[in-house]
Design a protein. Structure first.
Ligand SMILES: NC(=O)c1ccc[n+]([C@@H]2O[C@H](COP(=O)([O-])OP(=O)(O)OC[C@H]3O[C@@H](n4cnc5c(N)ncnc54)[C@H](O)[C@@H]3O)[C@@H](O)[C@H]2O)c1
Length: 255
């Protein structure tokens, strides 16, 4: 699908993987709406991408606010592409802590709420809009979701994050099958260790150890590596229902 002149929406667009993807889509000639939380700096991020980008503040779990973001995207052209990057890390909590107390249930539910319920909300509301398009190059549109290698190699303390991201991987094929009759493709990227605000929370020595653990290339992933794959999944007409690990061949150890 040729994205030039088409409308695209990127969640989590104020930062990291989402911002790099929005930038790549603008470079492809698309009109891009960045969706992120109201206090996220999304307006400045969109401003930095020029006149073909705009910011729509919305919590992805808020149907009315996300609906307005979809309206903004459709006002700029037929909405053909949605890349869903909004999400949060987990709290690194063991099932039982050192004192023998059970893990925090609220933390678990919050991570699943943002990463899984948020993904389903973006998927269902976006697909309903894209379904109204006339087909272009065989597709009415395409959607890219974001899982994590933690879906496959979850480490100690990652039950919540792994549960949420494994579920995103799990619904990818179902979504592709559900939306096949509407000619909407759905694929997922499972990033490895990427150099974004999410990893900036870690100590420098831990970040360096993560980079050194990547077989090749021996570095953290760059947001542009993610954007490159997201655009490829949107453009390639035959890739559907697939989760792509994007990780330099790293496999995470237990801790
Ligand atoms: N960075 C990594 O190493 C890595 C690895 C695997 C998976 N991921 C996943 O990639 C995605 C993007 O991560 P990133 O590294 O770019 O992080 P990031 O923190 O730079 O960006 C995430 C963005 O999502 C936004 N966001 C969070 N909750 C939201 C909500 N409810 N509604 C709207 N926006 C919301 C944040 O404001 C932020 O701008 C996440 O889903 C993350 O789990 C990242």
């Amino acid at each position: 699908m040729n994205l030039s002149g088409q409308s695209a929406l990127v969640t989590g667009g104020a930062s990291g993987l989402g911002l790099a993807t929005a930038s790549a889509l603008v470079a492809r000639g698309a009109q891009v709406v960045l969706v992120d939380l109201p206090g996220s700096g999304g307006a400045e991020a969109a401003g930095g991408l020029g006149g073909n980008a705009a910011f729509a503040p919305a919590d992805i779990l808020d149907e009315a606010a996300f609906g307005k973001a979809l309206d903004a995207a459709q006002a700029r052209g037929a909405l053909r592409a949605v890349v869903h990057c909004a999400g949060r890390g987990g709290d690194r909590l063991r099932i039982i802590d050192k004192e023998g107390n059970p893990g925090d249930f609220e933390s678990f539910t919050e991570v699943v709420r943002v990463n899984l319920f948020g993904t389903y909300n973006v998927l269902r509301l976006s697909a309903a809009r894209i379904a109204g398009n006339e087909p272009l190059d065989g597709d009415r549109g395409a959607i890219v979701l974001t899982s994590s290698i933690a879906a496959f190699d979850g480490q100690m303390g990652q039950t919540a994050y792994t549960a949420s991201k494994a579920a995103v991987h799990g619904i990818t094929l179902v979504a592709a099958r559900d939306l096949a009759s509407r000619q909407i493709r759905v694929n997922t990227i499972a990033p490895g260790t990427f150099d974004t605000a999410m990893l900036a929370r870690l100590r420098t020595d831990l970040r360096e150890a993560l980079a050194a653990a990547v077989p090749h290339p021996r570095r953290l992933g760059s947001p542009d590596d993610y954007a490159h794959m997201a655009v490829a999944l949107l453009e390639n007409p035959y890739v559907n229902g697939e989760t792509v690990r994007l990780d330099g061949a790293i496999r995470m150890p237990p801790r």
